[in-house]
Design a protein around this ligand. Sequence first.
Ligand SMILES: NC(=O)c1ccc[n+]([C@@H]2O[C@H](COP(=O)([O-])OP(=O)(O)OC[C@H]3O[C@@H](n4cnc5c(N)ncnc54)[C@H](OP(=O)(O)O)[C@@H]3O)[C@@H](O)[C@H]2O)c1
Length: 304
Amino acid sequence: MCGAFVSPSSSILIIPRKLQFLTPSNRSFKIKPPRYTSVVNQNHSNRWSLQGMTALVTGGTRGIGRAIVEELAGHGAIIHTCARNESELNSCLKGWLDEGLKITGSVCDVSSPHDREKLMDDVSCVFDGKLYILVNNVGTNIRKPMVDLTAEEFSTLMSTNFESVFHMCQLAYPMLKASRTGSVVFTSSVSAFVSLKSMTLQGATKGAINQLTKNLACEWAKDNIRSNAVAPWYIKTSMVEQVLSNKEYVEEVLHCTPLGRLGDPNEVASLVAFLCMPASSYITGQIICVDGGMSVNGFYPRDG
Ligand SMILES: NC(=O)c1ccc[n+]([C@@H]2O[C@H](COP(=O)([O-])OP(=O)(O)OC[C@H]3O[C@@H](n4cnc5c(N)ncnc54)[C@H](OP(=O)(O)O)[C@@H]3O)[C@@H](O)[C@H]2O)c1
């Protein structure tokens, strides 16, 4: 029996009898497996489609995660997402249901091992044990000089940003393998490539994600599971709202960004969708920056 879901038809959580539409035999939508497992001989529309693929996207109620959920769903994927805030999750699920999108969700704090296990039980139940796409999107930040970080803050950053994705991959592996054509995408950051002020530990967690991306690409290639990461610079989301409310700070950000603007969550989501499609079937182990050129910027005075 499926367990802890938030039902779009109800603001009440975790009550299986209210969630019959989510159970494998009774859900209101049927999961039809994609018609292919390899890119060879696929026609153009199949290569650029996620039709019928099941996907778990963590942190899908706001920002980059939400854009990824909507982008993947727009390409035909069937999504399960999660977040900590139950009412925000319910409101998103209701909105998506009204738009006819196939999206379900669970309340889950990815920094909790118990919650992660519960989430994966839910995913297995909703998707009949087959997962094509895992997007490890949740991450957090605590901006401080490294000597000022407390042991508790260290633990929060490590468990939310790295331990969670490591464990999530372990838990998802049997389902990704069962799909026979899995794709894992991590949300890294440019902080894993260049030094950013007061982000030493956050950058280290993203650096660890980058190496995990590469190792999984090799370790899981035998199962036809690809592993890639996207690494954004400043993207307009609630996470960076506060720091971007400082006009002088934004000026500095724009100054070191060749394209001269902040990014939009959709500009990350489109790359994630591509990395999940058969069109990218020979791409694995890559970390791609979505940064307006920030990470390759050298010395270009403003007046030329
Ligand atoms: N925005 C940027 O400029 C930027 C740049 C580089 C990298 N990134 C990376 O992009 C990813 C997404 O960031 P964002 O800017 O989109 O963040 P955001 O706007 O703050 O959204 C975060 C989403 O994740 C959920 N979430 C947060 N902590 C969670 C937890 N412990 N367990 C479950 N769900 C959780 C939030 O819902 P609840 O609060 O309800 O849990 C929300 O849905 C992060 O990994 C971040 O490091 C962002």
